[in-house]
Design a protein around this ligand. Structure first.
Ligand code: ZN
Length: 248
């Protein structure tokens, strides 16, 4: 009589009953069949069917447990790490990387009935991400400048969309670009400006260990790009809203 190794049992439990495939394999094949990209900062929620995220959570937990074991941590007897794998999996899929696995929060746009055309800025909006290179936090502030077009959205929605976009593994430059694309899609402004100032834990905690260094980058589109005085006004307004003394 042969007995199955414990690892094989876990793998079998994670496999889809009918196709005998891991849910990550099923989702990956679905993405690849559409020729879609699934880089770390892409949202893949369109390819995840109801119920699959819960199965994926169990699969990821198994892999995190393997990682801890490979790091020679006694997860069976160390009470502090016994459920770390489940916590990390939940945290990745539903919190810190929710912008990959969950759809965009619902944002309703309204017609710009009064033809508002004065610029406004919002900020600081706290943004939290993780660097794609080391999976350690990026924490920062974001300012958004809008010159309204035909449509407007509620101001709290900018913070919700920023949170959703940043809750993925990123590099800061691409995060700002993706946020700009999403805002343009939602309200088609005549002008859009975004500035992000963030601290990267891969510089603070490891590597060069520079605790105070931050990175600032910005993007200007539409009227903010073509009109130098408008661009200047955006940066002046951001300066007034700044909280540059803040430390993470
Ligand atoms: Zn890094």
């Amino acid at each position: 009589m042969t007995s199955t190794a414990p690892n094989e049992n876990i793998k079998d439990n994670l496999k889809d009953q009918i196709s005998c495939k891991l849910v990550s394999e099923i989702i990956r094949e679905r993405i690849q069949a559409k020729g879609a990209r699934f880089h770390a900062n892409d949202n893949i929620s369109d390819f995840i069917q109801p119920g699959e995220l819960e199965t994926l959570e169990r699969e990821v937990a198994t892999r995190v447990r393997d990682l801890l074991k490979t790091l020679l941590i006694d997860v069976d007897n160390d009470h502090n790490t016994q459920e770390t794998a489940e916590r990390v999996s939940r945290m990745y899929l539903n919190e810190v990387f929710k912008g990959r696995y969950h759809p965009q929060p619902k944002v309703t746009n309204f017609p710009n009935d009064r033809n508002l055309d004065e610029i406004y800025t919002l900020g600081p909006i706290t943004v939290r991400s993780a660097c794609s290179h080391h999976f350690v936090p990026i924490l920062g502030d974001c300012w958004i400048g809008i010159k309204p077009g035909e449509k407007v959205i509620g101001i709290s929605k900018f913070a919700r969309v920023a949170d959703w976009v940043f809750s993925r593994p990123h590099i800061q430059e691409e995060a700002v670009m993706i946020l700009a694309d999403e805002i343009e899609r939602l309200c088609e402004p005549k002008g859009l400006a975004i500035l992000v100032k963030a601290q990267h834990y891969c510089m603070k905690w490891r590597g060069v260990k520079e605790p105070e260094t931050s990175m600032i980058n910005s993007i200007v589109r539409g009227d903010f790009r073509h009109d130098a005085s408008l661009k200047q006004e955006f940066f002046e307004l951001v300066k007034q809203q700044s909280n540059f003394g803040k430390n993470y």
